[in-house]
Design a protein around this ligand. Structure first.
Ligand code: C2E
Ligand code: CA
Ligand code: CA
Ligand code: CA
Length: 281
């Protein structure tokens, strides 16, 4: 061991203590941020793949940190999950996203079929309050439930299949649609897939990245789109960055797409302008 001079090595207890302190600090910082409304919802358009025309948006949370600037979810979602604060944070994102979409539906001609997708974390999904939260948000905002999509990752579905199927059916009864997020990365058994009452498969960026460069990736993407078709699901390809990828996925019959090629996640005001431009085009 490289102990310098007489400094003692950091003991296991010390490092456990340091980790606990860091965790408590993260928790109180997130609590403060929630109190001060520092979380902002960004939106990334989801487009009809052949035409590139937006059909909806995905809500993606950001943290407008007073000192560190605008932070992406990779910098805080894991902490929010571990501390349980993802539950109020996630409910807040759902509420704001539905409020803003309900307003776009009301105020912008032709925008009333736009969908809004919201990510649910595993923690939220396990909460008994989830159904009440979703029902309350639908009632409060008056949004048409069929324009709301809840995104659930593949790995969340596989944790307890029987319990999951029950929750998914209850959510569906509220009128919302359900999507499997990051599909292809979670090792789900294909035999379960038909048991879940879902509407949309989101094909992970990992499958999109290599499709124009190598045959194997293209074959995998084709298989996933084919699976979606066989199960009569809509398919959304994520992380499309190049026109070639759009063309290839369109050829495979993938219905929708999302990615920097079309638009990056942006603030609500940018979506407002985009929808106004579409209405007058
Ligand atoms: P996700 O749900 O898979 O969202 C897609 C992510 O891919 C977003 O990252 C988006 O900005 C990024 N992306 C979209 N198109 C492209 C592209 O063409 N190229 C590249 N390189 N990236 C692209 P973001 O916003 O950083 O979010 C990361 C993850 O954080 C999300 O992945 C989601 O798992 C999680 N997240 C975001 N908002 C929420 C939320 O409100 N609740 C929960 N539970 N998780 C959230
Ligand atoms: Ca998502
Ligand atoms: Ca995804
Ligand atoms: Ca992802």
């Amino acid at each position: 061991a490289k102990k310098a001079g007489r400094d003692r090595a950091v003991s296991y207890e010390d490092s456990m203590f340091a980790a606990a302190v860091a965790e408590a600090e993260a928790r109180s910082e997130l609590e403060r941020a929630l109190d001060r409304n520092e979380f902002v919802v960004f939106y990334q358009p989801i487009v009809d793949l052949p035409s590139g025309r937006p059909i909806g948006v995905e809500a993606l949370v950001r943290w407008q940190h007073p000192e560190r600037g605008l932070l992406g979810p990779n910098e805080f979602i894991a902490h929010a999950e571990r501390t349980g604060l993802i539950v109020p944070l996630g409910a807040g994102v759902l509420r704001v996203a539905c409020q803003e979409m309900a307003r776009w539906h009301r105020e912008i001609p032709g925008a009333d079929t736009m969908r809004v997708s919201v990510n649910l974390s595993a923690r939220q999904f396990q909460e008994p309050n989830l159904l009440d939260t979703v029902r309350d948000v639908l009632t409060e905002t008056g949004i048409a439930p069929e324009t709301v999509v809840l995104e659930i990752t593949e790995s969340m579905l596989m944790e307890d299949v029987d319990a999951t199927v029950v929750v998914l059916h209850r959510l569906r009864e509220l009128g919302v649609r359900l999507a499997i997020d990051d599909f292809g990365t979670g090792y789900s058994s294909l035999s379960y897939l038909s048991r879940f009452p879902i509407d949309i498969l989101k094909i992970d960026k990992a499958f999109v990245d290599g499709i124009t460069a190598n045959r194997e990736d293209a074959a995998l993407a084709e298989a996933v789109v084919g699976l979606g078709k066989a199960l009569r699901l809509q398919t959304v390809a994520e992380g499309i960055e190049q026109p070639d990828q759009q063309a290839l996925l369109t050829g495979l019959g993938c219905t929708y797409g999302q990615g920097y090629l079309f638009a990056k996640p942006v603030g609500a005001d940018v979506i407002t302008s985009m929808l106004h431009d579409m209405a007058t085009a």
